[in-house]
Each structure stands twice: as structure tokens, then as C-alpha cells.
Design a protein around this ligand. Sequence first.
Ligand SMILES: Cc1cc2nc3c(=O)[nH]c(=O)nc-3n(C[C@H](O)[C@H](O)[C@H](O)COP(=O)(O)O)c2cc1C
Length: 212
Amino acid sequence: MSEHHLSDKDTTAILDERTIEQDPLKLFQLWFDEARAARLPLPEAMTLATVNAEGKPSARMVLLKQVDHNGFVFYTNYHSAKAQELDANPQAALVFYWATLEHQVRVEGRVSKTSAAESRAYFSTRPRESQIGAWASPQSDVISDREELEQRKREYEDLYRDRDVDCPEYWGGYRLLPDRIEFWQGRVGRLHDRILYERQGDRSWRISRLAP
Ligand SMILES: Cc1cc2nc3c(=O)[nH]c(=O)nc-3n(C[C@H](O)[C@H](O)[C@H](O)COP(=O)(O)O)c2cc1C
């Protein structure tokens, strides 16, 4: 990993725009693999920030389920608050933080829904309990109490007792196609490295260094 070696003075890794990957997805994959190898808890957890029609932001954690040149994929309930915000304004941002590696990655771009076939295919790989949960939980709605949720869970367990759980039509993925990706590498003395990739075309990116 030439872009990610130890410097003479620091004990931490560095980012150097002269030797860095030209493709931010490759660098993302390297850092993600490193976070997994370091056995960090939930390396795939990311903050998703959305903005509603009035320009008010909100953020919450979701799990990255797939990443490639088509974008960053997460799954959710299409009736949830986040989904309503994304319907009104498809611009969103993601933040990863891998603490012991002193790595932050910020991703910005536009989301689109995954195809129904893709969502169903992923849904079918989920644990049965999570599948039932997708039916039982009207995500982001106000509910009367915990018992309402447990009752709904029992109803769907009964309904699907002897068969595979269908993917609800309101459940599926979003794919964020990045137009900006920033890699932040913690360095000693607070002079951290920040390298920004801005999309120029399908697979071409402008690379700049930002002050920390
Ligand atoms: C570590 C972690 C991972 C999560 N992953 C997801 C996820 O992949 N999809 C999801 O819909 N909610 C996930 N959640 C729950 C969301 O943070 C959030 O509570 C929920 O999606 C409702 O958000 P909304 O009301 O803004 O739509 C996760 C929460 C945590 C703490």
C-alpha cells in the first residue's frame, strides 16, 4: 500500500496525493478491509445524513451492505423518515469513522433506489428474525407501546409459519452514487491529512488536499 505507509516522524500512516490511488473506491476498499482486519466493531456502520424538503438535516446510523463503482448500498424501510426525506431530496452524505485507525471517510452524492429484484435478493439472505421485523415494524411511526410491536411480530410469525417470508414492497435499498469522497487520516500534532476526490466523469476524479 504505497499511499498508506509510515512516515519518518509519525507513528501513524499518511496520505500523499503524489502516490495516492487515482480511484477513491479502491482506497475506500483498502481502508474498509483494514477496518475489518483490525476487528473493529461494525466497520460497515456509517452515519447517513439526509435533508428534508425544508432544508432541515437529520442523521442516523445505517449499515453498508455493498460498495462498488455504482455506489454505496444500504437497506431500509421506504416509509421511514429517512426514505421520505430522500424522496423529497435525493442528496445525501455518509460518514465512516474507524477510530483505532484514525480514519474518517466522508461521502456525498445522490441516492436512487435499488431495483425491487435486488432488494428481494438481499432480503432473502437476511436472518428470519430480521425479515419478520421488517413486517412488524412501521419504522419511524409513533407506536403506542412495546407490546404493539411484539403483537405485530407474533402475527407475522403466524402468517409466515410454514413458508419463506416475503420481502415487503415498502422495504429495500438505496444506492448513493458519490460525487465527492474525502479521506481523513489522523496525524500527530493535529496536522491531519485530508484528501478530497471530486467526480469529473464516470471513472475520473480530481484530487486535492484540504487543510485539516
Ligand atoms: C449501528 C446501527 C446500524 C443500523 N443500521 C440500520 C440499517 O442498515 N437500516 C435501517 O433502516 N436502520 C438502521 N439502524 C437504525 C437507524 O439508525 C434508525 O434508527 C432507523 O433507520 C430510523 O431512522 P429514520 O427515522 O431517520 O428513518 C441502525 C442503527 C444502528 C445504531
